[in-house]
Design a protein. Sequence first.
Length: 246
Amino acid sequence: MRHASTAPFTVSSGGQELPGVLHLPAGDGPHPTVLLLHGFPGWERNFDVAHVLRRAGYATLVFHYRGSWGAAGTWSWTSALEDAAAAVAGLRADPRVDATRLAVIGHSMGGFAALRTAAADPAIPAVGSIAGFDFGAAATAPNPDQYVEPFDGDLLPLHGTSGRALVDEMVANGPEWRLADLAPRLADRRVLLIGATRDTAAPPEQHHLPLVEAYRNAEHHLFPTDHALADHREDLAQAILAFLKG
């Protein structure tokens, strides 16, 4: 029997090779697998969750989008969505992965990307959003320019963009990116929604609770913690694991 291992994994997207790491559980596989999508810019990458899932028998992939953390290319919301879809395709082509048991779960912007990726791909059976940021809701709310300064403050690990450019891209996509509108496309899938009561980056009143209302069949949790779920990491991991097993 093969031992648990950690292996480099490259995602091909937009003409670039994007670095990732695949956590493989013990056993010969193919393994049920989770694509863990980090947020903007990726300060929290959820490797603790990846290790919990690996111990429970799930492979997990964490990778960097174009233009982030040394990955080639230029950062944008749109390219990140394309990269997430490319990561799904790459995992499905890997013989170590059970493509019929592939879940996509993301944090913050990664939650947005996870829901949009699953909505566009009916073969993804399960999807989860952790403190997801609803770019459509933010774009259509009053004063989207309020995000220019905070976006500018997070650009150090990113390449080729600006807070102004990111807000303009968000506004240009506006209503098309509202996550609540994806509910009909995900009605027959298993959906996990996790919010945080002390979240100031993606306040639950704007980004979580409307999705709970729209996604009537989703499993949902609201933890008394911050955007990174800093003091509820074990609860987060167990909630994800129970969802996957359920």
